[in-house]
Design a protein around this ligand. Structure first.
Ligand SMILES: *[C@@H]1O[C@H](CO)[C@@H](O)[C@H](O)[C@H]1NC(C)=O
Ligand SMILES: *[C@@H]1O[C@H](CO)[C@@H](O)[C@H](O)[C@H]1NC(C)=O
Ligand SMILES: *[C@@H]1O[C@H](CO)[C@@H](O)[C@H](O)[C@H]1NC(C)=O
Length: 276
């Protein structure tokens, strides 16, 4: 409030004092502010929320109307780093590049090999005084590989092991999706037989490994390894129907022990109650 009053005082003093020069100053002052309708402005209908993929070139668009003789720059918000000015790239990071065709309103920032850490706000700026800016949000995501059903899968002996692996947000469908069992590539021509694979490529690529008539030797760790994304693991446990599985062994043994303990206690209680 105080500074505002001071400013007013200074301005009025200026006007009263040297009227000639101050009105000139004031005219300059007005000229430098972008006047709506006459100065440059941003076309805000352009998508300003961009999702990119790790490693896949991403374009941030900025459309400027009425630019006149001003220049358009791209600034990274995180560290106020000037990336491009007009058609020139200023940063030493060669992944960034200014793209502009003469006589167009598009001022594009191209980022090659984007990383997760490139996520954030990028500002398209017009060199008015003061500059005006338009923020563009960039989110860089990484492909996610997942095997459905959790980390452990319990399969009854003799039934089919059905493992489904999904890859989301991959820049393009993985060229190959390989499976391994306890670190050995799965051999579809092995004498074991009954192993098949179905892969469907698309925005979400799925690969389904089917192993029929599960036996104890099929237990262990299965790995799904897409060629352009991280791998995922699942541990398969084969439950033997005739002999209850390890889990059930443990449970029944402890139940047996508890009952035994109760009997021993009752025995001692009985002895104490009848000391003869
Ligand atoms: C853009 O993304 C940001 C952050 O993810 C969000 O807060 C904002 O609402 C989004 N804007 C639009 C127009 O989608
Ligand atoms: C832009 O053009 C105006 C006249 O149209 C001129 O006064 C001004 O100095 C120019 N600015 C730049 C940065 O060239
Ligand atoms: C394998 O599981 C998926 C879903 O988890 C299911 O859609 C598919 O039908 C199953 N395939 C077989 C052969 O059981």
């Amino acid at each position: 409030m105080l500074s505002f009053i001071l400013l007013l005082t200074v301005l009025s003093a200026d006007f009263i004092g040297a009227e000639e020069s101050s009105s000139k100053k004031f005219r300059d002052f007005l000229q430098e502010w972008p006047t709506p309708g006459t100065g440059p402005y941003f076309d805000t209908s352009v998508n300003s929320n961009i999702t990119g993929l790790v490693g896949k070139t991403v374009m941030l668009h900025c459309r400027v109307k009425n630019l006149g003789n001003r220049t358009v720059s791209w600034v990274r918000h995180r560290d106020i780093h000037l990336l491009t000015v007009g058609r020139y790239t200023y940063t030493s990071d060669q992944r960034f590049e200014a793209i502009h065709s003469p006589h167009t309103e598009e001022w594009t920032l191209r980022i090659r090999y984007p990383q997760r850490k490139d996520s954030g706000i990028y500002e398209c700026q017009i060199s008015t005084t003061p500059p005006i800016g338009h923020p563009v949000h960039l989110t860089v995501v990484e492909p996610i590989t997942e095997i459905l059903g959790g980390n452990d899968l319990y399969i009854n002996m003799g039934s089919t092991i059905n493992l489904t692996c999904l890859v989301r947000y991959a820049p393009e469908p993985p060229p190959t999706m390989s499976w391994s069992h306890n670190s050995h590539a799965i051999n579809f021509d092995s004498p074991r037989g009954g192993i098949s694979l179905v892969t469907e490529k698309g925005p979400i690529t799925t690969t389904r490994l089917l192993i029929q008539k599960a036996v104890q030797a099929d237990s262990g760790v299965y790995t799904c390894d897409p060629s352009n994304a991280n791998s995922a693991n699942v541990r398969v446990h084969i439950l033997d129907g005739e002999h209850p599985a390890a889990m059930h062994h443990g449970c029944s043994r402890s139940t047996f022990q508890s009952i035994l303990l109760i009997f021993i206690c009752m025995f001692f209680v009985a002895i104490r109650m009848n000391p003869t």
